[in-house]
Every structure is written in C-alpha cells, then in structure tokens.
Design a protein around this ligand. Structure first.
Ligand SMILES: Cc1cc2nc3c(=O)[nH]c(=O)nc-3n(C[C@H](O)[C@H](O)[C@H](O)COP(=O)(O)OP(=O)(O)OC[C@H]3O[C@@H](n4cnc5c(N)ncnc54)[C@H](O)[C@@H]3O)c2cc1C
Length: 428
C-alpha cells in the first residue's frame, strides 16, 4: 500500500483548501503509537474515509464496521430496474480495502456508542475502542410516516431506496406487470437521499416499458412542487417517452398520505385514491438507526455537524458524514459522501498531528440517465463561510437545455466513467 508523505499530505490539505493560513504541522496532539479510528458504515462515506485515512497516514489503525459482506450501490440501481444493467455490475466487495489498504473490515452491526468510554458495541458481542469515530450509516426509512407504509407493506410496494433485495423485488414486479398497466411512484418531500433519483428511476422504467409494454403508463405522485433537474428531465421525457409519464405536484394533490397494500391503492391528502399494478413508495427518511440511538440526530431526524470538518455538533470527537449529516445545500449523494469522507480523513489526520484544519472545499456532481444514450447532470462546489456551507457562485451548473443528441450521448458516457471512477475511489 502506498501512503502519502508528510510533504504530500501538506499538499493534499492545501488542495482541499483545508490547511490553516498559519500553515505547517505542529507537534502531535496524540502521542500514542497507533491512533485508532473506527468507521461505522462501509458505503460511499464510510469506505471513502477509511481508505483515505490509510492513504494519508498508514500508521493509523482503521477499523471499518459494515453489516453486509457486499455493498450494492444505489447509483446505477435505477439502470438495473430498467433492465439496462445487471445487479452484479453494481455489487462491490471489501477485499481491496482489507488487502491493499490494511483496513480491518469487520462484518457486524454497531448497536451502541459509549461516548464517555469512546467505544462501539457490536451485535456480535465485541467492543471496539477508538480515539476518533466516523459514523456514515446512510438512511433509515420512516415507517408509517405515510399511513400503513411499514416493513410488511414494503414487501408489496417496494421502496428500493436501499439497493439489494428491494431492487430485485421491484424489477420482478415490473417484469410481471401487464402491458397497459399503471406504474405508480410516490416521491418524497425534501430532504431525502438522492434528489434526482426518483426522476431518473421514472426514466429508466419508461425505457423498459417503452420496448416491453408500450401501452403502460407511469404516474408520479409527488410531495413537492418542483424537483431536481426538472426542466431537463421533462425535456428528455417528451423526447424519448412522449405521453407515458405523468407527474402530479403537491399543489395538484400529488402528496400521498396513506397506502393500502391489499387493494394496491394509494390515497392523497385530499382523499383521491389511485390504483396501480406496480407501486414504488419512496417514503420520508432519516439518518440511519445507529445515529439516532447514539444521540447524534436532532429532532429533524438528521445529524447537525460543523461543516468545516463534519464533527458532530452533539458529540465531540465523533464525525457524521454522508446522507445522515445535515450538509445542505450539499445534496445527499454518493459523490457528496465521498467528498466529505476525504475531508474528514484529512481533518482527523490533522487532528492527530496537532495541525489546524480550516476552510475545506467540497464538490458534487449528479449524473442522471434518462435513456441509454441520454445523460444529464448537475454539479456544484461548496465552501464554508461564517460556519455555513454555501454553494460557490459560478462553479458548476446543470446541463444545457435543448442540447443536441450528441451532447446527451456524451453525458451518458461520462456517467459511466464517473461510476467506474468513484467505485474505484471508494472500494479500492
Ligand atoms: C436510486 C438511487 C440512485 C442514486 N444514484 C446516485 C448517483 O447517481 N450519484 C450519487 O452520487 N448518489 C446517488 N444516490 C445516493 C447515494 O446512494 C447515497 O447518497 C450514498 O449511498 C450515501 O452514502 P452513505 O455513506 O451516507 O450511505 P450508504 O452508502 O448507504 O452506506 C451506509 C452503510 O452503512 C451500513 N450500516 C448502517 N448502519 C450500520 C451499523 N449500525 N453497523 C454497521 N453498518 C451499518 C449499511 O449497511 C451501508 O452499507 C442514489 C440513491 C438512490 C436511492
């Protein structure tokens, strides 16, 4: 495994904008031989942090706690639903993190954090001590926030908002749906994991239905009045799937308040009942369970953090990143979680070395696939000003409207390149 030299670490910090103006690395703050970092959650945020910690300083003892032996990415899971990709292509193992990067990967579930003792208890019975803790558990579903939408209902009306068995279930339902059937998607209010995700999903499912069941319809019932990249999605739908997708905003009674899995119906705030052949409910969410149990979340269900280094505002020495953290205007995306993971790794290394750490910058790009050869994107750069995360004016933007087919074709290829690059960056 290659590590980054002291000089290159300074350069890395300078690149993130994170080294204090006073600069230089002071005396080590923690004198022990091998500082210990425990990372909970081996997804986009957690695995990135673990890997970058070891790249920045191979002396750090890093333990990554992850329930699953394989990680199935949500990014590109919509393509699996649309029959454009196989599940295998979005499944990643942890061997490289173990063997190439020397990370102690433990497949178990963290059940409690003892902040006073600085330890994490695992379901398997063992306890891990840490000097610094990073928590990146992703999301939990708020069961029953939509009446009757509980874990049993999700077996008939999948959310597929965590990739895996739910993705397979929704795909098999779509394959069994009759031509001329109605696919209903229930979309949530902000904030939620992956703002463009529901609309990319409507696109990839439309792609499948257009060739396999062309008389079918897609109805999106939304708890919002607008959505990410709306103009670009609508343009793509009109071009590729004319008349197939109907989107109903919250103001037009699109907000669903109850479901009935027996009758395969959903009911809106104003009592209108819609019946579907396949129903995908993307319910309200909150930070993953361990963040709730460990007192890291506030009443919103998400975790307040200091945007400079993502240290919890509720517990010193604990960093919360990824979807679980309150980082708006950064969206809850894999790209954001990866970007935050790198910054947190640098912040922890700086803390161990007794170096100051200020003014980082973060980035996000979200590609969406509207059709096999039709990609669109949104990108932004973020900095911290007055202790607030802000989007840098003039950096980033969205794909141009009414671009010719070649531009959309190229963006679809960039999306594939992005997926290959980020999964390599996260899982090694
Ligand atoms: C359909 C869809 C499409 C998407 N497409 C994109 C995209 O194109 N680009 C993009 O950037 N983002 C995309 N996203 C968003 C992206 O998936 C998330 O933002 C990202 O996964 C967040 O990273 P995370 O580390 O917070 O959580 P995750 O990646 O979900 O990782 C959390 C991990 O923690 C583990 N875990 C949780 N609790 C515990 C515990 N107590 N003990 C041990 N392990 C635990 C879980 O098993 C999980 O592996 C998409 C999301 C969806 C739903």
């Amino acid at each position: 495994m290659k590590t980054i030299s002291r000089r290159n670490f300074n350069r890395f910090l300078a690149g993130t904008g994170a080294l204090a103006a006073s600069g230089g690395l002071a005396m080590p703050a923690i004198a022990q031989a091998r500082p210990r970092v425990v990372v909970i959650g081996g997804g986009f945020g957690g695995a990135s942090t673990a890997r970058y910690l070891r790249l920045l300083d191979a002396n750090i003892d890093v333990t990554l706690v992850e329930t699953s032996r394989e990680f199935i990415t949500c990014p590109f899971s919509n393509l699996v639903l649309g029959g454009m990709m196989e599940m295998k292509a979005i499944t990643h193992g942890y061997d490289a993190l173990r063997t190439k990067h020397g990370i102690n990967v433990v497949h178990d579930t963290a059940t409690a954090i003892d902040h006073a003792q600085k330890s994490v208890r695992l379901q398997g019975g063992s306890t891990l001590a840490y000097d610094r803790l990073v928590v990146s558990p992703g999301i939990d579903i708020r069961w029953n926030a939509i009446q009757r939408y509980d874990a049993a209902a999700a077996e008939k009306m999948p959310h597929a908002w965590r990739a895996g068995a739910q993705t397979t279930l929704l795909r098999s339902q779509l394959m069994a749906m009759p031509d001329g059937g109605t696919f209903i998607m229930v979309a949530p209010a902000d904030p939620f994991r992956c703002p463009p995700g529901p609309y990319e999903r409507a696109s990839t499912i439309a792609h499948y239905l257009k060739s396999a069941k062309p008389r079918s319809k897609i109805l999106i019932l939304d708890a919002k009045d607008s959505f990410s990249k709306q103009g670009l999605f609508t343009e793509g739908w009109n071009k590729l799937y004319p008349g197939m997708i109907q989107w109903v905003s919250a103001s037009n009674d699109g907000k669903v308040s109850a479901v009935d899995p027996e009758t395969m119906t959903v009911e809106t705030d104003f009592g209108v009942v819609h019946k579907g052949d396949v129903i995908n409910v993307i319910p309200p969410q909150r930070a993953g369970q361990i963040a709730q149990a460990a007192g890291l979340a506030d009443r919103s269900g998400w975790c307040p953090v200091n945007p400079v280094n993502f240290e919890s505002r509720q517990q010193a020495g604990v960093y919360v990143i990824g979807d679980a953290a309150i980082a708006a205007p950064m969206p809850k995306s894999g790209f954001s979680a990866n970007s935050q993971g790198k910054i947190v790794a640098a912040a922890i290394v700086a803390a161990f070395k007794g170096a100051a750490f200020t003014s980082p910058s973060y980035a996000n790009t979200c590609y969406s696939i509207v059709g096999t050869d039709y990609g669109i994107s949104i990108a932004a750069v973020y900095r911290v000003e007055n202790n607030q995360m802000i989007a840098v004016q003039g950096a980033g933007g969205v794909s141009v409207a009414n671009a010719d087919a070649n531009v959309r074709f190229q963006e679809a290829r960039y999306a594939e390149g992005w997926y290959a690059a980020i999964t390599q960056d996260v899982f090694g």
